[in-house]
Design a protein around this ligand. Sequence first.
Ligand SMILES: Cc1ncc(COP(=O)(O)O)c(C=O)c1O
Length: 384
Amino acid sequence: MRTEKKHGFATRAIHDGQQPDELTGAVNVPIYLTSTYQQEAIGKNKGHEYARLTNPTRDALEESLCSLEGGTSAHCFGSGMAAITAMLTMMKTGDHVVCSDNVYGGTQRVFDKVLANYGLTFTYVDTSCAENVAAAIRPETKLVHIETPTNPMMAITDIRAVADICHAQGVELSVDNTFLSPYLQQPIALGADIVMHSTTKFLNGHSDGLGGVLVSTTEEQAERFRFVQKCTGGILSPFESYLLLRGVKTLAVRMKQHDANGRAVAEFLAGHKSVEKVFYPGLKDHPQHELAKKQQSGFGSMISIELGSLERANAFAQRLRLGFLAESLGGVETLICHPATMTHAAVGAEGRAKLGITDGLMRISVGIEDVDDIIADLDQALGG
Ligand SMILES: Cc1ncc(COP(=O)(O)O)c(C=O)c1O
């Protein structure tokens, strides 16, 4: 069930896909722990046959995420990587993909080390310059995949400009919206054909479950993703679907706070003597600040800082008392990672050097603790 279109984002996050249980009136969608469903007669069932195909808890979640991204259907997978892989599974040998050169390291790893073995080809370009995308498209290009802001350098790609380029050439555009969530960025409204997420991050919000989603805009895509779920089986479990539904209910309030805390922490870091450079689209000196203001409804809470050396980065990490040195992002707690040895280890030293990912770069996912406490912790960890 969907609420009326006029309802706001926070209302839809709480209600869409989640009407009270018909049997008991329970206001939360039950966790349907079943692998199969009794059928009334041969060929006659209640809409469910086998849990790899459909599960009512996952169905509710898919309806909810579809509504929030403004798509026509959504399909959930066991992780963000499973979702990305599913998106490419229906391609054929010889098909070509253009990808942002600064995506999550695991995305590039699955493209180059797994899918390239099946005859798919990939070209990486700096998509923050839309002309680079136009120049990289070939007759056999089927998909352009972008992340904006990029991970971890926070470069912004103009979604509408790239969508126009793709559509003029009959190519689909997918956007990894993990860093901002649909609360702060609506890629489909800007022309994207597919939105994907590692739901592990802001959508879940509590660092307690992996997941991934593909939101589509056409029945043909929905058919494709449904078929991949059925054939390859990398679906999200009922329990993790429930956790995600629960997380999404508070997405609007969490993202408001993440955004407010992110802005305050970025301003603080920009004025700190131990920080050589701050990468945050909300700062006026970010090269695409105006574009970020135009296509996003906030700047979010992902910030990268340059500390100058591995030694300084390590000293900072070890002095943290409140924030956690950890992979991942988007949780209620402040999480700080070292891209060179964590998210982008797989890219290799040469690849990192090209992207500007130094050994002194740290990425901060600002949580929703009291912002004064976050700032005090970062200040003491930076050496005051
Ligand atoms: C932007 C982005 N996309 C995709 C992924 C992969 O998602 P998962 O870890 O849920 O497989 C990540 C993981 O960090 C990510 O940051």
